[in-house]
Design a protein around this ligand. Structure first.
Ligand code: GLY
Length: 358
């Protein structure tokens, strides 16, 4: 088992990465310092893992709460329902929630933990690659508002993260590849050696070779942990974690969050950010080509969906959270391994970028 530490003073916590962790009693006993536990999961994950997790938790007073699957479950009604469940069970302030699932379960459970009696412990047990390398680490928790994703939330760090690479075998192929987009992101924004490693090992990752996977998750989590330790509440450098997300969110919004997965939109968003960085004279044509090739080899989309042919993507980019005082901020690349956040660019360059990927 590998261990990566997120260093945040008295809110520091470990990320355990390895095989057979999800049902490992010792891992839970190391991380949960209380006796009362509620596991929150969804009905897709429940039949695969819940029994094993509850068995591993048998030295605790543990029970479970099952949600329907899907992004639309990240809402205030479920927040309230889980809190009602906790109150009914007389769940104590020292109790611990366990988020067993992907980003939706993690974000919602984390936000319940942030709110219940002004904040209780929670443990992240992410079951998708995207959640293992991104959303379970760093304490962003939220639910959606009808007017925008993640518009109601809090920074609330977990007491630990258990990333079991074995569970990724049961992920649908598209969802797995969508997670690889976020892995590639770390190479692009701050880890050029890791980018080269990914160029050499993308096939091993696509074959889910355990050693390659453990290494890729560890290296991604090290990068994420360092950024979060430097800027927990996104006042500055943490924004680089949003590479590809402004183009990506515009694609997701244009498609009404229906046909593309978040990681797929981020994958094409990174390609577009790379092209724009090339047009701005920062990224060489050769490096842009390497980025396009790696994202293509990962099986991620390389063109905008036909449904968006006539949609004004630039307009959709303006409603992104990353707009500050009316100015759009974009994460772009000075080189492979060096990201910048900028609000200084020609509109023409964005227009050329969007038209190139139609
Ligand atoms: N997913 C981006 C962040 O955690 O800041």
């Amino acid at each position: 088992m590998k261990e990566v530490k997120v260093n945040l003073g008295n809110r520091s916590y470990p990320i355990y990465i390895g095989s057979d962790l999800i049902a490992n009693t010792q891992a839970y006993e190391n991380l949960i310092k209380t006796d009362q536990v509620l596991v929150v999961t969804d009905s897709n994950i429940e039949p695969m893992y819940l029994t094993g997790v509850l068995k591993a938790l048998n030295s605790f007073d543990a029970d479970s709460y099952i949600l329907p699957p899907g992004e639309d479950q990240k809402n205030l009604t479920n927040l309230n329902n889980i809190i009602t469940e906790l109150l009914t069970r007389r769940f104590s302030r020292t109790g611990c929630l366990v988020a067993l699932g992907g980003g939706v379960v993690g974000d919602l459970t984390g936000f319940v933990a942030a709110c219940y009696q002004r904040g209780i412990q929670f443990l992240q047990v992410p079951t998708t690659l995207l959640a293992q390398v991104d959303s379970s680490v760093g304490g962003k928790t939220a639910v959606n508002h009808p007017m925008g994703k993640n518009m109601i939330g809090a920074f609330h760090q977990p007491c630990g993260v258990l990333a079991d690479v074995g569970v990724l075998k049961s992920l649908p192929d598209r969802e797995y590849k969508a997670g690889i987009a976020e892995v590639i992101k770390y190479g692009l924004i701050r880890d050029p050696e890791f980018f080269v490693w990914l160029e050499d090992n993308i096939d091993a990752l696509l074959e889910l070779q355990p050693q390659a996977l453990e290494y890729a998750i560890e290296r991604s989590c090290i990068n994420k942990a360092q950024v979060v330790a430097e800027d927990e509440t996104e006042k500055g450098v943490r924004a680089i974690l949003n590479l590809g997300h402004t183009f990506g969110h515009a694609i997701e919004t244009g498609l009404e969050y229906s046909s593309w997965l978040h990681g797929e939109a981020v994958g094409l968003g990174m390609t577009m950010a790379s092209y724009m960085s090339h047009l701005m004279g920062w990224l060489s044509e050769e490096d842009h080509g390497r980025i396009v090739k790696l994202i293509q080899r990962a099986g991620l989309p390389d063109k905008l969906p036909t449904q968006l042919q006539d949609v004004d993507l630039r307009e959709l980019m303006s409603v992104d959270k990353k707009v500050s005082h009316g100015r759009l901020k974009l994460v772009l690349l000075k080189s492979i391994g060096e990201a910048v956040v900028t609000d200084t660019f020609d509109e023409d360059v964005i227009a050329r970028t969007i038209n190139t990927y139609r």
